[in-house]
Design a protein around this ligand. Structure first.
Ligand SMILES: [Zn+2]
Length: 105
């Protein structure tokens, strides 16, 4: 598995592949956000300060009959321009969805 394959198989961009684990018959790909994805979720500024991470798990397309999950530590940031505090946007999933756009299709 590579970052390139993540993109082609699961339509996941702006993230780097970290590792793969197997849990109860499912495959879990751990990814992390690219540093350039760290922008304010409100105004889009790059002048942000990291404020911890929130682990989120997304369901995505299965590989054959094997369920696939994506684990992503979503960075929380404080914006030095507008003062917002929140999670940076996750490009491959809609807000509050626990599954990816690829799975929704
Ligand atoms: Zn901002």
């Amino acid at each position: 598995m590579s970052t390139n394959l993540l993109y082609h198989a699961f339509d996941i961009r702006g993230s780097q592949y970290v590792n793969t684990t197997y849990q109860g018959g499912a495959v879990i790909f751990k990814i992390r956000q690219e540093p350039e994805e760290l922008r304010c979720p409100v105004c889009g500024a790059r002048k942000v300060i990291r404020r911890g991470q929130v682990e989120r798990r997304f369901r995505t397309k299965p590989i054959g009959k094997t369920p696939v999950w994506i684990d992503l530590g979503v960075q929380r940031v404080f914006c030095r321009l507008c003062g917002a505090l929140g999670q940076v946007k996750v490009k491959f999933a809609q807000k509050r969805w626990s599954y990816t756009k690829a799975f929704a299709r």
